[in-house]
Design a protein around this ligand. Structure first.
Ligand code: K2U
Ligand code: ZN
Length: 169
């Protein structure tokens, strides 16, 4: 698979709602491998299929320091969400150079399928917890800047459009 391109905000395709994966087959595994390649190249810790213009419920994550602990989440669901919330800084590979604080549940329990179609279930908090929630937002067409004020969001939109012009995108 040639290297996947990560969509840049405010590309309208980022607001597409992903459909569930019907079969975890070699096509999905090739997509997963391409997503990890694009995520590592962009020095990210997570990536949703929406961001590479594939609208199926697939997420890849690697929050390890050595970049060698791959987590694949297919058809992910949050089955438990803590009442406690935490405010922490986020960024996004689709909104480069922009970082701001987002309030999210502190802990979540995740159910998903893994790379071979096996059941995956874990509790997540901290960086992994917010990454899972950030990626699952992507799968329903939501970008983290939508949690910010309209004024901030419009300034970011203007900045991204200028960046794209300057890069000849
Ligand atoms: O979905 C993405 O764009 C990947 C995010 C994952 C993430 C977001 C918020 C909190 C935790 C993880 C990026 O990996 S965030 C870090 C980043 C942002 C821009 C450029 C490089 C790395
Ligand atoms: Zn993102």
């Amino acid at each position: 698979m040639s290297k996947l391109t990560i969509l840049r905000y405010p590309d309208p395709r980022l607001h597409t709602i992903a459909r569930p994966v019907t079969e975890v087959d070699d096509r999905i595994r090739r997509l997963v491998d391409g997503m990890f390649e694009a995520m590592y190249a962009a020095e990210g810790v997570g990536l949703a299929a929406t961001q590479v213009d594939v609208h199926e419920r697939v997420i890849v994550i690697d929050t390890s320091d050595k970049r060698d602990d791959q987590l694949v989440l297919i058809n992910p669901e949050l089955v438990l969400i803590s009442d406690e919330q935490v405010l922490s800084e986020e960024g996004c590979l689709s909104v480069p150079t922009v970082y701001d604080k987002v309030l999210r549940p502190a802990r979540v329990r995740v159910h998903a399928l893994g790379r071979e179609g096996e059941r995956v279930e874990f509790d997540a908090e901290g960086l992994l917890g917010k990454c899972v929630q950030h990626e699952m937002d992507h799968l329903v067409g939501k970008v983290f800047v939508e949690y910010l004020s309209p004024l901030k969001r419009n300034r970011i939109k203007t900045k991204m459009l200028k960046q794209a012009r300057d890069e000849g995108r």
